[in-house]
Ligand binder design. Structure first.
Ligand code: NA7
Length: 535
């Protein structure tokens, strides 16, 4: 798409918001209500963030639509009607656009613009922001709503440049329709993006060859049209839903709470059966210690392996699809529509890269140790440089010129996942050290947006202009994030939660999985921003 031309933006604003996804939209809405002058920047040509880019066939949210919605406006909630239990990407993107129009947010954002550098000016106490379109702005406040899954991981596979056919990455999917008809398509990767897209590509393509490095657990979505009765029930119980989110009980996909007892195996199996039938990620929440106790986790994992064996007709293929190298839920659980069933189609086949490693991409396809697979198209469903990728893609320099990339050399360190010591007046939305990707992102975005807006309002009322995370408070929080994480099974998997999918990335479990996150944020604010230096 051609970039619309425009004059560079120069001057000073109160706040810059980087990112025009659900986080950026909410922050702009909240900060405008404080009367701040604002400038938003967004790399895409429109709002929507990850839903703007991830247009691959089958792309769908794995949080139910009614929960994957803003809650700040009753009118918005009542006027917007989701069509399916789990909304597909086009509908979610329409929702983002609807919110942007309804609250008149688009005009605050410069699109097709990447922020390149963000440098703190100590004397002025402001940030200098520069973009790839020549914009040069200063701002007192800088909010990074840059998304947790926004920088695609494009592994450099040998021979890639030789391939004569089409290559697409799920996270940078073309805007024009991709024609699969009559084509032999290779899909590399079996995370959510692969698992969602493979059955839909198989609907149209002549052949689909799935190149699997690690087998992944997937649960059936049981998606379908959303009925008026379901919507009415949600609205009737809305106050309870919100109370649950605010108490921290709802909105988290997994809670590493408990030293709960280990239920009898037959009871567990009955419960998993019910939750499997109900669909969605609910199975992972069956027991509060499912992601803490190996004993409980083993039963759940074995249950899902049993379902794979029941579903997939070819026993050898079923065996290859059964994950055995990580506890269930410790790599991002997938939610699918007919993923395992797809392997019963005559036009879908599985290549187990652990048994027959990928050697090279050739002019005509992909060669593994077992031979060449001829392909007309390769789809990279290889994921993202998650949680820190977008932040570190910018040149962010704080007090004394310290670069965020250097400060985070051994892994991200942030106080509450909201602020970084040495980077005053800079806020992260759903940053590392907060529940972020292990929560309903919409709930977490609203919580962070409210917290940041309240914080800025508090400072202004008090005649203060600077807030900086205290290094000791930050260290204690980072230790807490690690301590809670280490009590769970999460560190056992080579997942993007620990950065294992990106070569050279420090291995640190990034999300905070304690149940007390919201309370902690509220306590910090109520105590006059404990752990922050205000001046
Ligand atoms: P994921 O979950 O990171 O999955 C990426 C997949 O690609 C995964 O199966 C990887 O195998 C595979 N991969 C990555 N690099 C390679 C190479 N070099 N060779 C072969 N296979 C490779 O990303 P998704 O986009 O599916 O999902 C990201 C999130 O978006 C998802 O969790 C939802 O929250 C939405 P590996 O497991 O590393 O062996």
């Amino acid at each position: 798409m051609a970039q619309a031309s425009r004059e560079p933006i120069v001057g000073a604003v109160d706040a810059v918001v980087v990112g025009g996804g659900f986080g950026g939209l909410y922050l702009l809405h909240k900060l405008r209500a404080l009367g701040l002058s604002l400038q938003g920047f967004e790399a895409g040509a429109d709002v929507g963030g990850t839903w703007f880019w991830n247009r691959y066939p089958g792309a769908r949210c794995d949080v139910p639509s009614l929960a994957y919605s803003y809650t700040f406006s009753d009118e918005l909630r009542r006027d917007w009607r989701w069509s399916e239990r789990y909304a597909a990407q086009p509908e979610i993107l329409r929702y983002a656009g609807h919110v942007a129009d309804r609250f008149d947010l688009r005009r605050l954002i410069a699109f097709e613009t990447r922020v390149t550098s963000v440098v703190f000016d100590e004397a002025a106490g402001t940030w200098a922001i520069e973009t790839d379109r020549g914009d040069r702005l200063t701002a007192r406040w800088c909010v990074m709503a840059t998304g947790c899954l926004s920088v695609p991981n494009l592994p450099r596979l040998p021979g890639q440049e030789r391939f004569g056919g089409e290559i697409h990455h799920t996270g940078r999917w073309p805007h024009e329709p991709v024609d699969f008809a009559g084509k032999r398509v290779g899909v590399i990767g079996t995370g959510s993006s692969g698992i969602q897209s493979i059955p839909r590509i198989a609907d149209e393509a002549a052949e689909v060859t799935v190149f699997q490095r690690t087998a992944n657990f997937s649960l059936p979505a049981r998606n379908g049209p959303l009925s008026d009765a379901e919507i009415d029930a949600f609205n009737t119980a809305f106050a309870d839903y919100i109370a649950g989110v605010r108490s921290g009980a709802a909105g988290l996909i997994t809670q590493a709470t408990a030293d709960a007892p280990v239920p009898p195996v037959d009871e567990q199996q009955r419960r998993y059966e019910e939750l499997w039938e109900a669909g969605g990620v609910g199975l992972l929440g069956a027991y509060a210690n499912l992601l803490v106790s190996e004993e409980v986790n083993d039963v759940a994992a074995e249950f899902v392996r049993g379902k794979i064996a029941e579903t997939v007709q070819d026993a050898a293929v079923a065996d290859d699809l059964a994950p055995r190298d990580h506890p269930i839920g410790t790599k991002r659980i997938c939610v699918d529509v007919d993923y395992y069933e797809a392997f019963n189609r005559p036009n879908v086949r599985l290549v187990n890269l652990r048994r027959t490693p990928l050697e090279t991409i050739t002019e005509r396809g992909i060669r593994t140790s077992a031979g060449e697979h001829e392909l007309d198209m390769i789809v990279y469903a290889t994921g993202f440089d998650a949680m820190t990728g977008a932040l570190l893609a910018m040149d962010i320099r704080g007090v004394g010129g310290a670069r965020l990339g250097d400060v985070w050399d051994e892994g991200p360190r942030a106080y509450l996942g909201l602020a970084v010591a040495g980077f005053p007046n800079l806020f992260l939305v759903t940053g590392p050290g907060s529940p972020s990707v292990l929560s309903n992102m919409l709930s977490s975005i609203e919580q962070h947006g409210d917290w940041i807006a309240d914080c800025i309002a508090h400072l202004r009322e008090a005649g203060l202009s600077r807030i900086a995370a205290d290094p000791d408070a930050q260290e204690r929080w980072v230790e807490r994030v690690a301590w809670v994480g280490n009590r769970t099974l999460f560190p056992r998997a080579n997942s993007w939660y620990v950065g294992a999918n990106i070569e050279g990335k420090p291995r640190v479990f990034m999300p905070y999985v304690g149940p007390d996150y919201r309370q902690k944020c509220e306590e910090v604010a109520a105590a006059g921003y404990e752990g922050f230096e205000l001046s």
